[in-house]
Structure formats: structure tokens, C-alpha cells
Design a protein around this ligand. Structure first.
Ligand code: NAP
Length: 484
């Protein structure tokens, strides 16, 4: 099977923050891959915009470096790189002043899709959005793309939404949560809604519980300052993990269309029960093997920010009442892995005797590494000797299943940027979804602040604090062992 490349319309894509880390690590490599795959139209134009005084030659060198660093060797091709650079130019522009705006107004073309990627800190969103309008650079069909963090709490998220709404309609705003661009996350919807097999079982009558794990082996790294203000709850749970939870829990939308999908996700967030203090465990990694502890890494001995959080979440609706969702995420864990495990109930009665206690079926949706799906089923152990049962995985890696000719699965940013050009918002968060997520998260964080809660220490290279294991054990359940 070969992936089809579906052409997109000609576009002008302006990347504000065009010299920044995100642009160099994610946006330019994603655009280069789309060029390399043949998806970029002849007259597509990419304009990097920032204050730095660099010329085209330096900008092109920056792009070459970014491709050399972040693109795998087999996709790096000297002719393709030069061809890609022909689409890219740089404009010196100040979001807070008038420098560069006239030039930008003259550079964007009528009659092509105009997209503006705000790859800058959120404090600049308002000024950029205002100037795009004052200079009549944005038209009624233009799109703007914004990155997480989308607010620090409900109040700031509302303020950001209000700022953007002064200049753009909701159908023009693309809030990126790159998890939604992952192949497996969309496959989650395909598995649920394009197969008859799972949907009849997808409820609390048949599902015992669901586990969502996002584990990283790295510490806070270069993002210490940002991370210490955010913590795992804001950095991972409010956005990525809640989005995964929504896709698992939502009702079938009437169509795979932006508002149909987002309406269903919003209903899930609104159905979440408040989380009880005993249903949350926070942790902070300790020092080990010459590597610093969390408080060393953020250079703040008093920090009470969590680098790990595990929580039990209940969705109060007809489908899910009684089948909890357990979420956990952390840094400096044993393996780098993200997965969703749907753990089904035990069969009501075993006809194979007590020695053959049956294990529940588990459907695992792996986001990384090795994106794929694994269904654990029970079969008869081969050979004579009576009926002995054994568990085996029906394991499918997308790469293997689709074959070597399928090519590389596009990275999340490639898909999402092309969706912006196509004008498809299905995989982007709507403003009310973001606000509803904060409205659920805010009281949890406020309680920690009120009681001056301290996260539990945990050993790096493991599964987080002991108490996180107890969160499951006390319910007669256990976390799946996370293996890459
Ligand atoms: P960064 O490396 O600090 O880059 C910021 C960019 O903004 C630079 O290109 C800077 O260029 C430009 N800039 C700053 N002030 C400006 C002004 N007044 N006018 C015009 N341009 C200005 O930040 P980043 O890491 O790329 O992050 C960008 C956004 O993405 C942030 O909202 C961040 O939270 C979000 N994000 C980043 C990552 C990541 O992995 N980096 C991940 C998720 C989300 P000049 O100094 O040349 O003007």
C-alpha cells in the first residue's frame, strides 16, 4: 500500500516566530517532508517572520541546519532541499512595532489561502492579531494557528480566546494539540467508528476500566522555567491526556466533521466528575546516577510542582458510569511510551475450571513507540494435555501492517499544517473545549495550592511514586507494566 498524497491549494504561510525553537524543530521539518512527498503546490510560499536581522541567505542556512538535524537521512536530498528553499523567504518584523508590516502586507497574495502561524509566546497573540487586521493582511478566509499552552488557567484561557475573538472568527482559529495529529489517535476513531466489532462493547457493562499512560524518560531539560510554572497537570493532562480521554469516551459523532466531533468531545469534558483528593497522586523525581533531582533541574529547592501525576477520573454518563479512567504521566520514568489500554471485564463464568482462570481482554492503542494496536486474547495452549488456556497478543504495528512501500507515516505537524491549509478544523481544539478542560482542572490545582500539598518523591527509572500503584490496588486493579 502506498500513501496517497492529496494536493492542497496554493498558500502563503507566514510563521511568526520564524527563528524560534518550535519553528526549527517542528514546523520547517514538517513542511520540508510535505515538499519531499510532493504535496506542496508549485506556488506555495512560506515566510518566516521575526525581529532578528538576518537575510535570505542566513535564513536558508537556518532551514538547511534544521533539516540536517531533524530529518532522517533517507529523506534528505540536496535537490529537494534547494527546491524547498525556493518556497521560503524571511521577513524582519516586530509584533510590537510597525517594522515589517507594510512589507508583509505587500508580500501576501490575493486569491491564495493565507495562514498565519503564531509560533511566539501568547503575550504576542493580541498584538499580532490586531496588526494582521489593521494592515488588512488577514481576510475573512485567513487562518491563524496557535500553540499550547493555551492559557495557564480558566481565566487566562478565556482572556486569550477573547483576544483572538476580537479579530478572528472561531472557524479561523486553529489551536494545535499535536497529539490529535498522531496517526494512532485518528486510528482510535477509525477503530471505534469504522468497525462493528468494538462499539457494542464500548461501555461500562463490558469495560472494567481504561488506563492512559504517557511516560517520558527525560527530565525537564531546557524547559525548566516554563515547566516549573506548569507541572504535569497543566503540561500534559489539561490538553493531551484529556483529548485522548475524550476520543475514547465520546459518543459517535454524526459525521467526521469538525463541530460534530468537537461537540461530542465537549460533552465528555462536561460529564467529568470533580476529582477527589484521594484519587490523585503527585510526584517529583529524585536525583540518581549523577543526574539531578527535579528541584535541582528547575533550580528551585522549594518547588512544589509535580513532574508526575496519576489520577482516577469518572465520566458520569450512561455509557461510562462505573468504568473509571486512570491517567498517569511523568518524567524520568522507565520507558518512553504513550498508550491507551481498554481493559474489558472478566467473562461472567469460566467453563474451563478454576485452574484456568481467564484474564480479561485488553485492547492497547500504542501511540509511541511503534504506533499500533494490540488486542490480548485467550486461546488454548497448543498440544495434548487437556484444555489449558494461554494469553496471546494480536499485535499490529502500523508500519508492518501497511508494508514497506507505504512510506513514512507523516508526523503530527505535517498532517496538522496541511489540515490548516485545507481548512479542516476536526483535529484542532475549539475555544469552549479548552475552557471546559480548564474549568475541570482549576479546582484540582487550587486545592493543592490551598493545602500547600507537596508531591511524593519517586525514583527515576521506575513507574512513579508507590502511592500511584495504590491508586489502582485499592480498587483491585493494577497498572499495566509499561514497556517500550
Ligand atoms: P522561542 O524559541 O523563544 O521563539 C520565539 C520566537 O518569537 C523567535 O523566533 C523570536 O524571534 C520571535 N519573537 C519574539 N518577540 C518577537 C516580536 N516582538 N516580534 C516578532 N517576533 C518575535 O519560542 P518557541 O519555543 O519556538 O515557542 C513558540 C511558541 O510555541 C510558544 O508559545 C511556546 O509555548 C509554544 N510551544 C513550543 C514548543 C517547543 O517545543 N519549542 C512546544 C509546544 C509549544 P526574534 O527574537 O528574532 O524576534
Amino acid at each position: 500500500m502506498v500513501f496517497r498524497v492529496i494536493p492542497v491549494d496554493p498558500f502563503d504561510l507566514v510563521i511568526f516566530g520564524g527563528t524560534g525553537d518550535l519553528a526549527q524543530r517542528k514546523i520547517y521539518p514538517a513542511l520540508y517532508r510535505r515538499y519531499h512527498s510532493g504535496q506542496m503546490p508549485e506556488d506555495a510560499r512560506i515566510i518566516g517572520a521575526a525581529r532578528s536581522e538576518i537575510g535570505t541567505a542566513e535564513f536558508h542556512q537556518m532551514l538547511r541546519d534544521s533539516i540536517a538535524t531533524y530529518i532522517e537521512e533517507e529523506t534528505r536530498d540536496a535537490d529537494a532541499i534547494e527546491g524547498f528553499l525556493n518556497h521560503c523567504s524571511y521577513l524582519r518584523l516586530d509584533a510590537r512595532g510597525e517594522d515589517g508590516w507594510r512589507e508583509l502586507a505587500e508580500a501576501v497574495r490575493p486569491g491564495v489561502v493565507r495562514a498565519f502561524y503564531l509560533s511566539v509566546g501568547p503575550r504576542l497573540f493580541g498584538e499580532l492579531a490586531e496588526r494582521l487586521n489593521i494592515w488588512e493582511i488577514a481576510d475573512a478566509d485567513s487562518r491563524i494557528v496557535v500553540e499550547k499552552p493555551f492559557g495557564h488557567d480558566l481565566e487566562t484561557a478565556r482572556a486569550l480566546n477573547a483576544t483572538l475573538a476580537q479579530h478572528f472568527h472561531e472557524h479561523q482559529i486553529y489551536r494545535i494539540d499535536h497529539y490529535l495529529g498522531k496517526e494512532t489517535v485518528q486510528n482510535l476513531m477509525a477503530v471505534r467508528f469504522a468497525n462493528m466489532l468494538f462499539e457494542p462493547l464500548w461501555n461500562a457493562r463490558n469495560v472494567d476500566h481504561i488506563q492512559i499512560t504517557v511516560a517520558e524518560t527525560v527530565g525537564v531539560g531546557g524547559r525548566a522555567e516554563y515547566y516549573d510554572r506548569a507541572g504535569a497537570m497543566r503540561d500534559m493532562v489539561q490538553n493531551h491526556m484529556m483529548q485522548l480521554l475524550c476520543l475514547i469516551a465520546m459518543e459517535p459523532p454524526y459525521a467526521f466533521e469538525p463541530d460534530a466531533v468537537r461537540d461530542e468531545k465537549l460533552k465528555v469534558i462536561r460529564a467529568l466528575d470533580p476529582v477527589l483528593p484521594e484519587d490523585i497522586v503527585r510526584g517529583q523525581y529524585e536525583a540518581e546516577d549523577g543526574q539531578g533531582s527535579y528541584v535541582d533541574d528547575v533550580e528551585n529547592p522549594e518547588s512544589r510542582t509535580e513532574s508526575f501525576v496519576a489520577l482516577k477520573v469518572s465520566v458520569s454518563n450512561w455509557r461510562w458510569k462505573g468504568a473509571p479512567f486512570y491517567l498517569r504521566t511523568g518524567k524520568r520514568m522507565r520507558e518512553r511510551t504513550s498508550e491507551i489500554a481498554v481493559v474489558f471485564k472478566d467473562p461472567p463464568h469460566s467453563i474451563f475450571g478454576e485452574e484456568n482462570a481467564q484474564k480479561p481482554n485488553v485492547l492497547v492503542i500504542r501511540l509511541q513507540p511503534n504506533e499500533g494496536i494490540n488486542l490480548r486474547v485467550t486461546i488454548k495452549e497448543p498440544g495434548p494435555g487437556g484444555m489449558r488456556l494461554v494469553e496471546v497478543p494480536l499485535d499490529m504495528s502500523f508500519k508492518e501492517a501497511l508494508g514497506p512501500d507505504a512510506g513514512e507515516i507523516p508526523d503530527a505537524y505535517e498532517r496538522l499544517i496541511m489540515d490548516v491549509i485545507r481548512g479542516n478544523q476536526t483535529l484542532f481544539m475549539r475555544g469552549d473545549e479548552v475552557e471546559a478542560a480548564w474549568a475541570w482542572i482549576d479546582p484540582i490545582i487550587a486545592r493543592w495550592d490551598n493545602v500547600r500539598d507537596r508531591p511524593r518523591p519517586y525514583q527515576p527509572g521506575g513507574s512513579g511514586p508507590e502511592d500511584a500503584l495504590m491508586l489502582m490496588h485499592r480498587d483491585g486493579r493494577r497498572w499495566r507494566e509499561v514497556k517500550a
